[in-house]
Structure formats: C-alpha cells, structure tokens
Design a protein around this ligand. Sequence first.
Ligand SMILES: Nc1ncnc2c1ncn2[C@@H]1O[C@H](COP(=O)(O)OP(=O)(O)O)[C@@H](O)[C@H]1O
Ligand SMILES: [Mg+2]
Length: 332
Amino acid sequence: MNGTIIETKNLTKIYNGKIKAVSDLNLEIKEGEIYGLAGPNGAGKTTTINMLITRISPSGGTATVGGFDIGKNSLEVRKLIGVVPQDFTADEDLTGRENMMMVSQFYNVPKIKAQENCRNLLKLVELEEAADRLVRTYSGGMRKRLELIIGLVHEPKILFLDEPTLGLDVQTRIQMWNYVKEIQKRLNVTIILTSHYLEEIDELAARVSIIDHGKVLITGSPADLKTSLKGDIITITLSDEKSAQLMKTVPGALEVKDMGQNTVKIKVVNADESLPNIINFISQHELSTVRLTVQKPTLDEVFLEYTGRSIREEDGGSDARKLAINMRRARQ
Ligand SMILES: Nc1ncnc2c1ncn2[C@@H]1O[C@H](COP(=O)(O)OP(=O)(O)O)[C@@H](O)[C@H]1O
Ligand SMILES: [Mg+2]
C-alpha cells in the first residue's frame, strides 16, 4: 500500500475577507496515484492548487506536501513539486527546448543532466521535431504538451496539472490524456489533476474528489462513485409486443419501463452482474431480441446526484452545447 504524499486538514481560503473559495477541505492523496479535483468553474480547484504549491497562503487549516508543511517548509515543498498552471507560461519567442533549459537552470539542474532530461521528455510527448522551433509556431495542443514537460524538467515527485486540456478540441484532449497516462507510468510521479471535464477525470484519475462551492461533496474512485448511483440501464428491443410485456417480469430489476415499440428499459444495480440473468430469462422464454444496449452512469450523473444540477448547464461542457443553450434562451 502506498503512503500518503499530500494531506490537507480543514484547508480554507477566504479572499478579501468575504469570498470563501475553499472551505474546510480534507484530502488524502497517495503516493504514485493520479488524483482528480473535479468541479465546475469557480469551485475552488485552482485556489486549492495554489495553496498546495505555496503560491498563496491559506486562511485556515493545514496541509503537508511530501511530509512538509506548506506554511513552515515552503522551500522544501517547492523542490518536490512541478506545476503546470491553467494558463500558458512558455515564452513564445524562445524554442520549446530553450524554454525547458531556462526552467532547468532556474531549478539548478546541471546542464548535461538538463539536456538529457529535455531530450527524454520531448520524446515522451513526441515534440522532438518541433523542439527547436519558436513556441509561437506551435498549435494549442503542442503548447500544452510543452507546458506539461516543462513542469517535469527538475524531476519532481509530484506534478500539479491545472485544467490540462482547457480549450483543446476533443481529439487533442484525448491525445493529452494518453501523454498524461504515459508520464505517470514511466516517471512514477504523483499527479494532482483538476478539471471541469468529468470524462477527463473519469479517464485519468484513480481517485477523485468532487468539489462544489469550495467543499468536497464526495471522494472515491470514479468506478465506485458511478456504481454507488445503482443505476445501470439495459435497453432491450424485442421482436414483438408480447415478448416486451413478458420482459417486464424479469427478476432482479430495480425498475422496468415500457418505452413502446417493443422496447423496455431495465434499471439494475450493476449491469455486469445482471446481464447473465437477463440473457438466461430471454433464452428460457425463447424470446427474440432485436437490440440490446447497456448504459452505465457517468461522473456527470454523479455530480447531478450530489448537487441537484448538471455541471454542463452552468459552464457548457462543450461549446456546441453552450451555443445550443444560448440559442434556445434567445428564442424564448
Ligand atoms: N485572487 C482572487 N481574489 C478574489 N477572489 C478570487 C480570486 N481567485 C479566485 N477567486 C474566487 O474564488 C472562487 C474559486 O475560484 P477558483 O479557485 O479559481 O475556482 P476553479 O479553479 O475551480 O474554477 C471563485 O468564486 C473565484 O471568483
Ligand atoms: Mg481553475
């Protein structure tokens, strides 16, 4: 079992004496894991990161990073961590490699070692060919990849990634996910990842805390959080109405809804366990199925369950969706 590498106790940040951005946050992050902080814009994710990386000081509570207190031992904390902030930091008028070497120098990495680290990291995110081009010629995805490895030049034990795929298109985001996974596997760093894209957290994080209004609503593995909703849906279309009616008597279902057109929606606790029974029922009664699909809850539904609202409604999970919502509003 891995040890705890970051621990916060009632960590709190109040801005200007009135805005409670982070409120009594208790986290326990294990060495080597990818830990997700998920929540909508304004939830307090960046504020939490900024306290842990000792950029701002807490208004209350304590935290240790790698065993060091963020208040008393901030210098030690800084040596252990790498940070990839939400916004771009690389100098556009330098090449990718020059940016990396500059940061290496800042951390006093010996030159030969720094050159070797840069080569390896550039290779890891497939930026070798672009390494000696000015950053201003990079695409959005290439810049994010560069930022990612700039955070790693001094071989930190812990990497903070604040919204690593913000503003990237879906294709590029998926690419980034693979690089993050590869980095965690190869370099064995602990990664703290924030995102308001819940599918990103689901894809990458071993454990996640869902945060809203500065408070942790729930912590767990994405799989456990989704399973806890007890709401897998199996949709079956049968060959005729009589079969569909019979299907409504299938044992072990939480709920069966008649959708019309010989189709039923069966809600079960866990589809992986219920499917064999359902398939047995179908074959025992010699029913003939036209179509069968399984739908598991997403982390979006977990967020909805705990907040009563959808994360997508407020900050537009996708621009297309936001546009659709705005257009609908404009028509009303
Ligand atoms: N420097 C600041 N001064 C005052 N309020 C701030 C500051 N930074 C963030 N906030 C506020 O704190 C809350 C949390 O913000 P933030 O940590 O940036 O959330 P997230 O990263 O989850 O989007 C928001 O209400 C935001 O407006
Ligand atoms: Mg943020």
